[in-house]
Write a protein that binds this ligand. Structure first.
Ligand SMILES: Nc1nc2c(ncn2[C@@H]2O[C@H](COP(=O)(O)OP(=O)(O)OP(=O)(O)O)[C@@H](O)[C@H]2O)c(=O)[nH]1
Ligand SMILES: [Mg+2]
Length: 391
């Protein structure tokens, strides 16, 4: 549904985007909110602006704390290891139980609700990879608007490389899952790869109207896009579209781009009496597209494949490097995106490295003979060992 914002609201948004001080920005956003009509089409937008204001208030608080020399709880956990996976779910589903089974974290487990109050990390070793698992505080209705720990929980989710969406089988899992989905949707975090992606690159230069559209527009013209962006005070920008976009899609992108995070669903507490029935209904409810792991943290069951499922979800491969002259391959692999070439690997090792690239030798099980001499465009696969030779 389109947002259909009145002109004054658009103007106010422009003013808010120009405001530099947090206090002033909050003020402008508040005024903006009072001009946004309340209907289904603006629901996500309203939630998101509320979150933005909560984040700004938090920023002001933190500055005060810093001056006073005391720190508050963390909003998100700095990344460590090969990937960061955030465990999301309503309270009591067993997020802490999962974290303590997989990692050496000493997180508190309790039958009382809302025990975990800040993002809590632990390292999960899978083969030669390290996945940093982060338990986010429980999701509840209103999290996306910054209620309770919503700010920490959804900022953590946005900041992650992938998600575990956890529900339990002690009561209706579909209800728990729809709470997770709706809060994620309001926070504009997608767990399915979007068909279209739009990025608006603002340039803040000159006052001449200069809007460039790259990609396919659906049901509107470049002129419409120019007019729309102008009404939001955007005069100099490049709009990059992947896969086609309507004018409403472009308008959404003005506020905040959506983030895509891959996800695995865990249905925990499989030891409950009616669990089998509930899981069948839940599977039908979810459909075939999403992966569901059925576990019992209490009985330590169902977690055998979690490492490989996470690895699969992340769409990465491991590549080992050797130095010319040395025989042993690196112990710690580089993790790079599936489909990457030798060039991509060289860039990862050092931003300038690929410029001196001459050729590479690759050792791989899938090759008829190893090592094989290859060029920069050679596509790597999981487990390959590479030796790069420079000019
Ligand atoms: N029967 C059963 N109980 C479980 C299972 N996993 C966890 N529990 C229990 O469920 C309760 C909540 O577990 P936690 O791991 O603290 O849940 P949480 O999701 O971290 O909850 P909060 O942090 O409080 O939001 C505890 O009493 C656990 O012992 C399970 O597989 N089966
Ligand atoms: Mg917990």
């Amino acid at each position: 549904m389109p947002a259909n914002l009145p002109a004054e609201a658009r103007q106010k948004w422009h003013e808010a985007s120009l405001a530099r001080r947090p206090q002033e920005k909050i003020q402008k956003l508040q005024e903006f909110m009072s001009l946004v009509p309340k209907h289904k089409g603006t629901e996500n937008l309203r939630a998101q602006v509320k979150r933005k204001m909560a984040l700004l208030r938090r920023e002001i608080e933190e500055k005060k704390h810093k001056k006073a020399g005391v720190g508050g709880p963390k909003i998100f956990v700095e990344k460590e290891g090969d990937a960061q996976i955030v465990i999301l779910g309503p309270t009591n589903v067993g997020r802490s139980s999962l974290l303590s089974l997989l990692t050496n974290s000493k997180v508190e487990i309790s039958s009382y609700p809302y025990t975990t109050k800040e993002p809590t990390p632990g390292m999960f070793n899978y083969e030669d990879l390290q996945f940093q698992m982060v338990e986010a505080p429980a999701l509840m209705e209103g999290s996306a608007e910054g209620g309770a720990w919503g700010l920490q929980t959804l900022t953590s989710a946005r900041n992650s490389d992938g998600l575990i969406l956890m529900v339990d089988l002690s009561h209706n899992p579909a209800e728990q899952f729809s709470l997770i989905s709706s809060e994620l949707e309001k926070a504009r975090i997608l767990t399915r790869k979007p068909k279209a992606r739009i990025e608006i690159e603002k340039k803040h230069m000159g006052s001449k109207l200069k809007i460039i559209v790259l990609g396919r527009l659906i049901g509107c013209s470049v002129k419409d896009v120019k007019q729309l962006l102008k009404s939001y005070g955007i005069r100099d920008a490049t709009v990059k579209i992947q896969g086609g976009a309507t004018l409403d899609d472009v308008e959404e992108a003005v506020f905040e781009g959506t983030t895509y995070r891959p996800a695995i669903i865990i249905a925990n507490k499989a030891d409950y009496p009616k669990a089998t029935e509930r899981i069948e209904q839940f599977k039908q409810h979810i459909g075939k597209e999403a992966k569901i792991l059925v576990t019992s943290c209490k009985k330590r069951k169902g977690l055998e494949n979690l490492g490989s499922e996470i690895f699969e979800m992340l769409n990465i491969i491991r590549v080992y490097t050797t130095d010319t002259g040395k025989r042993a391959a690196s112990i710690r692999p580089f993790t790079i995106r599936k489909g990457s070439s030798v060039f991509d690997l060289a860039k990862r090792i050092h931003s300038d490295f690929y410029k001196q690239f001459s050729y590479a030798k690759v050792w791989s099980k899938r090759l008829r003979f190893s090592p094989q001499k290859v060029g920069g465009s050679f596509t790597l696969e999981d487990g390959d060992t590479v030796e790069i030779h420079t000019k």
